[in-house]
Design a protein around this ligand. Structure first.
Ligand SMILES: [Zn+2]
Length: 451
């Protein structure tokens, strides 16, 4: 019944998505956030969802809360997490249409936010609408949390979760996005890695000097390079004491799933123009690393003269930005203390360490009943699906599972090559349609899921 409703009402899904795209909402520039939050409320209300704006303070972007209480099954609740903010649209000259055009061409709708995350949001709103307009009820309680700072690191989402913990209480969470691969298989991802982002800086003298003085004055770039060399071996293993101490090994079940995850080595290497992987990884090692290996990555290094030609200078300062991806049970603050202790012990106690961002990893257990529910719904809607133990990326999933104490799964409509965060971002209409149906099936199956 819901499937036919969705097929018939695709024009309204498309026009509502276009409306959302045409309202710029760039969190990095604090542009259009209030307006977009109000638009989300309006679209939710039109679909029959009770919606309101939540606030936790002045100058903090609002969060939209949506809710539908179920008459037939008021004891179970599913929560959809999404975001209404988008990435900046630059570089402008690389867009074929205006970045916020919402233009449709064939099977695609273009514009910043079309896929990430307004396309995902609209499939969920329309799935709920399909139940309300065909049955007058929903199979279980539905809640929405739509935040406005995801693209700048979800700075306040944890504060919102704490403040509105009771309002947001639920038994299962669907994450804000999910990829569909090049063979149209939805990827059901059960987790995300954590992150510790730090800046290491060093000053050796009070001003830059003529480089002939390198016989007398220490060069901070050299010392920083020497310090960096102690952090990691050439195969990517992190050499900081106790770095892996709490990190879990994979369970037997996880290893089985990892072995079944597809990964095309050849096309991946071609895509990036590389000949080998770090540590010469092959086969299962590659997939295991993507899902569950901590990393230590130099994201940027600045020192001395970086302009054209030559300048013989001895810089006074050097700075490096490093991101460490973390896996479950690794606590970002504890890892930060280990890093500082390591530097001290290696004779680099004068290096300033500044934490920019810290986030713990999260992973829903494969044995959780909700995994099977989502898997079945995706298989029915797309013909097949891929289960993934964890994404290689980072998001605030841990805050959700910790505060709301519910399993969290990522599944959605975003085609892997839909150029999110880049010019000409698009959403595929066929995938929006399938995903809306998939969300209906998730809601229905979840409401029947045994405790
Ligand atoms: Zn994004």
């Amino acid at each position: 019944m819901q499937d036919q409703f969705i097929d018939k009402n695709m024009p309204s899904l498309i026009s509502d998505l276009q409306k959302l795209i045409r309202q710029p909402s760039i969190s990095a520039k604090n542009l259009g956030l209030e307006e977009c939050a109000r638009l989300v409320v309006q679209i939710m209300r039109k679909s029959g969802i009770k919606a309101e704006i939540l606030r936790i303070g002045k100058n903090i972007p609002p969060t939209v809360y949506g809710e539908v209480r179920s008459v037939q099954n008021p004891n179970k609740t599913i929560l959809f997490y999404n975001h209404y903010d988008v990435q900046p649209e630059e570089p402008l000259e690389l867009w074929d249409d205006k970045p916020f055009s919402g233009k449709r061409r064939g099977n695609k709708i273009y514009g910043r936010g079309s896929a990430d995350d307004k396309g995902e949001l609209i499939t969920r709103i329309k799935a709920v609408e399909a139940f309300l307009k065909t049955t007058g009820d929903v199979p279980c309680n539905i809640k929405f949390l739509v935040e406005g700072e995801e693209e700048v690191g979800s700075i306040h989402v944890e504060d919102y979760l704490r403040r509105y913990r009771n309002k947001l209480s639920c038994n299962a969470i669907i994450w804000e996005f999910g990829y569909v691969d090049e063979k149209d298989r939805p990827i059901i991802s059960l987790g995300m890695k954590g992150l510790l982002y730090v800046e290491l800086s060093l000053q050796e003298s009070i001003r830059d000097a003529h480089s002939s003085l390198a016989v007398l004055i220490e060069n901070p770039a050299w010392r920083l390079v020497e310090a960096l060399k102690t952090l990691r071996d050439k195969n990517g293993k992190i050499l900081i004491k106790d770095w892996y101490k709490e990190a879990d090994n994979f369970t037997y079940e996880e290893l089985k799933v990892i072995a079944s995850e597809p990964f095309d080595e050849k096309s991946f290497k071609k895509e990036y123009g590389i000949r080998r992987f770090v540590g010469n990884k092959k086969g299962a090692e590659i997939r295991k690393a993507l899902v569950g290996a901590p990393t230590c990555n130099i994201a940027g290094f600045t020192s001395g003269y970086e302009g054209p030609g030559a300048k013989t200078v001895l810089p006074s300062t050097a700075l490096v930005k490093i991101d460490f991806r973390l896996i479950p049970k690794m606590n970002p603050l504890k890892q930060l203390r280990r890093l500082k202790q390591h530097l001290k012990e290696k004779g680099f106690g004068d290096i300033q360490v500044k934490m920019i961002h810290g986030e713990a990893a999260s992973r829903t257990k494969i044995s959780d009943k909700f995994v099977k529910t989502v898997r079945q719904a995706a298989n029915e809607s797309f013909g097949r699906s891929i289960l993934s133990v964890s994404s290689a990326g980072t998001g605030p999933m841990y805050s959700f599972s910790k505060i709301l104490k519910a399993p969290c799964i990522s599944v959605g409509s975003t085609y892997v090559f839909s150029r999110i965060h880049s010019p000409n971002e698009f959403a595929r209409i066929d995938l929006l349609r399938k995903t809306t149906k998939c969300m209906c099936k998730i809601i229905k199956k979840f409401s029947n899921q045994l405790p």
